[in-house]
Write a protein that binds this ligand. Sequence first.
Ligand code: ADP
Ligand code: MG
Length: 243
Amino acid sequence: MSHAVEIRDLHKSFGSLEVLKGIDFTVDEGQVVCVIGPSGSGKSTLLRCVNLLEQPTKGTVTVGGVELTDPDVDLDAARRRLGMVFQSFNLFPHMTVLQNVMIAQRRVLRRGRAEAERVARGNLEKVGVAAKCDDFPAQLSGGQQQRVAIARALAMNPSLMLFDEPTSALDPELVGDVLAVMRALADDGMTMLVVTHEMGFAREVADRVVFMDGGVIVEEGPPDQVIGRPQHARTRSFLSRVL
Ligand code: ADP
Ligand code: MG
């Protein structure tokens, strides 16, 4: 059986700076993989290469059996199957919550207004912000805005969700609500690749943890192993700083 995500020998350089130095890993259908590692280790670049927001210098990225790095691939079609949630929520400030969750469904998937609204309301319900449909993003807390961003991604029926430090910009008391939504998604069977500093979440929710440092995977395995009994000094040193 093919993997939901397959990364092979992925390299990415910006000019003379080699940020990813040969990354290999897979994510299976329904799995949650958490990527941890120090700032500057290439985690965001890795996620951005997975959805081809960055063009890898070398190597292949295959999602759902489609090789995104194949120059002949219909990248727009392939990307539609990927949901991405960033540290900054990136909602459209001049649109209501409901409009934010409808717009890509309308423009990209060409859904009719009634269907887009039904899907939007359903997903806003799922992430616990249905009561905020007619509010503008600025009227919401950061945690609510991030949950809207998750609903917006889910409304596109992604087969894979990518999260890049989704709780790092939030006040501490708002982190739990967003993690709870992510945990519910994982329990629902969503395939997820999550860059996070939330070691509790990684420990409880991840099927596998990947520790990156300096553009390489230093170690990976089940959370009990990588977070609980790290084999490498670099992993231990990183964990001693974040735990
Ligand atoms: P992380 O997410 O682990 O903190 P990043 O992937 O954001 O790491 O960055 C890894 C390295 O790549 C950093 O040195 C960063 O400055 C560099 N980098 C990231 N994006 C670019 C870019 N567009 N141009 C040049 N350098 C970049
Ligand atoms: Mg980053």
